[in-house]
Design a protein around this ligand. Structure first.
Ligand code: CTP
Length: 404
């Protein structure tokens, strides 16, 4: 099927042994109806010839700043504007490092830096290079810059070592690209509120009561919704992660009360709200204006009062909006989650159990069961939080479609 008909893809190829698979990936893109312009690094040409790639794409391959035969200047700016999506496969450690740091010494990197379109990267390298802190730091930088990373798989590598680092298979990269184009518009025109992270409840100017929530799940949901075209208001407690998508308006708050005020404001205009924040249930009755001194007391008694329940408050006046909550449970997970969904007026609840070592706070993975008030229930295997975000938004879209 021509799933990519009329789409303009820039396929960037850098110098790794996995470049031989890029010819097959290119063939898959073309068969799916895309127009593909290949940009290859000088080292890439050592692994696969431009002749093969131009025969498959039906276009001259771009590699140097100037065409060898005519001396004509290749405009990376034009290419950057032409592309609907740039896919760099394979991306070597060196190319990833240059992308992360803006080292524009070849045509592939200049095209990347000029690209107005989203960018996907499929890394390929030996396991030790992949695991190196420098590579991981560069990958994090790319993620913060909004690049989608197609994680490498594990298996036997060209070096005959076994581990993580082999480029994802071309069929899977094609699937990710198809998903990208098909979901891109699916939430256009919708406004979504997401709450994320912990809340900090101040005791005095230097101390607070908080929790271990990293905000990763909520941020992944906000990014995914924004990528599908939604306008997202992300109300977040104190976290150390960044957002990059221009469709996300980020509102930083500290306490549960501040989170409630910001969430209530954004809720007015939104079509759906996903409440993934780990809101503190209690807050100190008084916030001391000056630092509590050690010598002034023998011990310290703090009286805590209940915080407002943001989800329940929104649930009472949700109208035709769809409200999604989370439940983090340690026992009687299923029954507790259903009771929580009903009590708070939610349409859907995402249950994660602290019993599963791959789920919970401060991890990159999560294992969830989505329970809906229409009786549908789906238990997913443990996945990267970004992929869990895809599942949650698919469920939300399904509910939005059936409400219509
Ligand atoms: N929530 C909220 N405001 C609160 C507490 C929780 O909006 N003050 C939301 C969370 O963002 C989550 C859902 O309610 O979507 C469930 O949170 P959870 O902490 O599991 O529930 P609690 O009501 O605090 O119940 P308990 O701690 O007793 O399990």
């Amino acid at each position: 099927m021509q799933t990519l008909k009329g789409k303009h893809i820039v396929l960037g190829i850098s110098g790794g042994i996995a470049a031989y698979k890029s010819a097959y990936l290119l063939r898959l893109f073309i068969k799916a109806g895309a127009e593909v312009q290949v940009v290859i690094t000088p080292n890439g040409k050592e692994f696969i010839t431009p002749a093969t790639l131009s025969a498959l794409s039906g276009k001259p391959v771009v590699s140097e700043f100037f065409a060898a035969n005519t001396g004509e200047w290749h405009s990376h700016v034009d290419l950057g504007l032409w592309s609907d999506l740039m896919v760099i496969a394979p991306a070597t450690a060196s190319t990833i490092g240059k992308m992360a740091n803006g080292v524009a010494d070849n045509m592939l990197i200049t095209t990347y830096l000029s690209a107005k379109s989203p960018v996907m990267v499929a890394p390929a390298m030996d396991l030790d290079m992949w695991a190196h802190p420098s590579t991981q730091r560069n990958i994090r930088t790319l993620e913060q810059d909004g690049v989608e990373i197609i994680q490498p798989g594990s298996g036997e590598l060209a070096s005959h070592l076994t581990g993580k680092g082999r480029m994802e298979e071309p069929e899977e990269i094609l699937r990710r690209v198809e998903c990208f184009f098909s979901r891109r518009e699916s939430l256009r025109g919708k406004r979504i509120l997401v709450t994320a992270g912990p809340t900090y409840e101040d005791i005095d100017p230097v101390r607070f009561i908080g929790n271990y929530s990293s905000g990763k799940m909520g941020f992944a949901i906000a990014e995914e919704a924004a990528q599908r075209g939604a306008l997202v208001t992300l109300v977040t407690g104190p976290v150390s992660i960044e957002t990059s998508n221009p469709n996300i308006e980020r509102v930083d708050v500290r306490s549960a009360r501040q989170m409630m005020e910001a969430a209530e404001k954004a809720f007015e205009d939104c079509d759906a709200a996903i409440l993934s924040a780990a809101v503190a249930d209690y807050t100190p009755e008084f916030r001391h204006d000056t630092k509590l001194k050690r010598e002034n007391t023998d011990g310290l008694e703090l009286r805590l009062v209940k915080n407002p329940d943001i989800a329940a408050g929104l649930g009472e006046r949700k109208g035709d909006r769809i409200l999604v909550g989370f439940a983090l449970e340690t026992d009687h997970e299923h029954d507790n989650a259903i009771a929580k969904m009903r009590r708070k007026g939610l349409d859907m609840i995402v249950l994660n159990s602290l019993r599963n070592p791959l789920a919970g706070f401060n991890k990159d993975t999560n294992q969830v069961t989505v329970i809906r008030n229409d009786g549908k229930e789906t238990e997913y295997p443990a996945k990267e939080k970004k992929e869990v975000a895809v599942d949650i938004l698919d469920q939300l879209e399904d509910m939005m479609a059936s409400e219509r």
